[in-house]
Design a protein around this ligand. Structure first.
Ligand SMILES: NC(=O)c1ccc[n+]([C@@H]2O[C@H](COP(=O)([O-])OP(=O)(O)OC[C@H]3O[C@@H](n4cnc5c(N)ncnc54)[C@H](OP(=O)(O)O)[C@@H]3O)[C@@H](O)[C@H]2O)c1
Length: 308
């Protein structure tokens, strides 16, 4: 069995060593553009170029080292090729930390306390009612459900929105295009955890964000392509939105002249909410390759028609 690696943003050598240790029977190569490549059975990839896919027509599965596969689906892939995403692999707890931190920072006005402390001011803010801060999670998949449970543990009212109906204890679940307006109208804090697909691209525009409760906060941890940047800025500037915490952007790294960097009510982090953890990811991929070799089914196979 041969595995080939094409990791455009990561050093491939530690992945090669980890996969060799986990699957000693496998030959594990690193793809070199332009060099002849031995035909592989499996590929482990991050944002591979089309040339890589074209050079490996015999692949049985393509393992993406992230949860979002939006960079893969525009490629011309053989119809029979299975695309497999990471299922959690240590990401969901990181996502829960990130979102709860951002939510609590806004709710408890910690930025204001920090400014007071810098100015040597001892001043209290009036406690806020949790009931006035319902949190909506868009996307109730592997990450969204974990985040919904973490937010619920802090006793915020929690709403969720997904494509198909769900039942999650402690979460008021909404679904489908028909359920979107009702969901948004319930939310003071909106957490985006949708995959980027043709249906969800540009979904967060002046109409949808405008339906949130006044003084709302956006936490975008999914993809930059979900948000219409100018509409977000307009809603912050007119005061309908009180703040935004953004981890993902249309262009990454966020260009130096982008207005998000210096907006007083936007916090920017560099796509770091839930990082790929190498050891967990290698263990999961090795486990799935072993299952495929035995002919067993695996979780996390992407449906190309749905786009996630
Ligand atoms: N910032 C970071 O560091 C970071 C790290 C990892 C992942 N991410 C992002 O997080 C995203 C979510 O990851 P995940 O593992 O939770 O994905 P997932 O398990 O595939 O879940 C996706 C959820 O979105 C819902 N959904 C998809 N299309 C929809 C639509 N048109 N309308 C309503 N709901 C829709 C799905 O509904 P159903 O349940 O009905 O199918 C599902 O609940 C990834 O795609 C990636 O972009 C970001």
């Amino acid at each position: 069995m041969r595995i080939t690696l094409c990791l455009t943003a990561n050093k491939p050598e530690p992945w090669q060593a980890g996969l060799r240790a986990a699957l000693p029977q496998a030959d594990v190569d690193i793809w070199q553009p332009g060099a002849p490549a031995a035909p592989a059975d499996y590929a482990v990839v991050w944002a591979p170029p089309q040339a890589f896919i074209d050079a490996q027509p015999g692949l049985r599965a393509l393992f993406n080292i992230g949860a979002g596969v939006d960079a893969l689906l525009p490629l011309r892939l053989p119809p029979s090729l299975r695309v497999v995403r990471l299922d959690d692999a240590g990401m969901s707890v990181q996502m829960a930390e990130y979102v709860c931190h951002a939510l609590i920072r806004h709710f408890r006005e910690f930025d204001g306390y920090e400014a007071d402390a810098r100015a040597g001011r001892w001043s209290y803010r009036k406690p806020r009612e949790r009931a006035d801060w319902p949190v909506g999670i868009m996307g109730l998949g592997v990450l969204g459900e974990r985040v919904a449970r973490a937010v619920g543990a802090f006793e915020f009212p929690v709403h969720g929105w997904s494509r198909t109906p769900k039942r999650i204890e402690g979460v008021v679940c909404h679904h489908g295009a028909d359920g979107l307006d009702g969901f948004l109208a319930q939310c003071r804090v909106l957490v985006n955890l949708l995959p980027l697909t043709p249906e969800t691209e540009n979904l967060l525009d002046r109409h949808t964000l405008g339906r949130l409760q006044p003084g709302a906060v956006l936490i975008n941890v999914a993809r930059g392509g979900h948000v219409v940047d100018e509409d977000l800025l307009a809603l912050l500037d007119c005061g309908h939105l009180a703040g935004a915490t953004l981890d993902v952007f249309r262009t990454e790294p966020l260009p130096a002249d982008h207005p998000f960097w210096h907006h007083p009510r936007i916090t920017v982090t560099p796509h770091t909410a839930a990082r790929t953890l190498r050891a967990e990811s290698i263990a999961q991929i090795a486990h799935k390759i072993a299952a495929l070799e035995r002919g067993d089914p695996i979780a996390g196979v992407v449906d190309p028609a749905r786009g996630y």
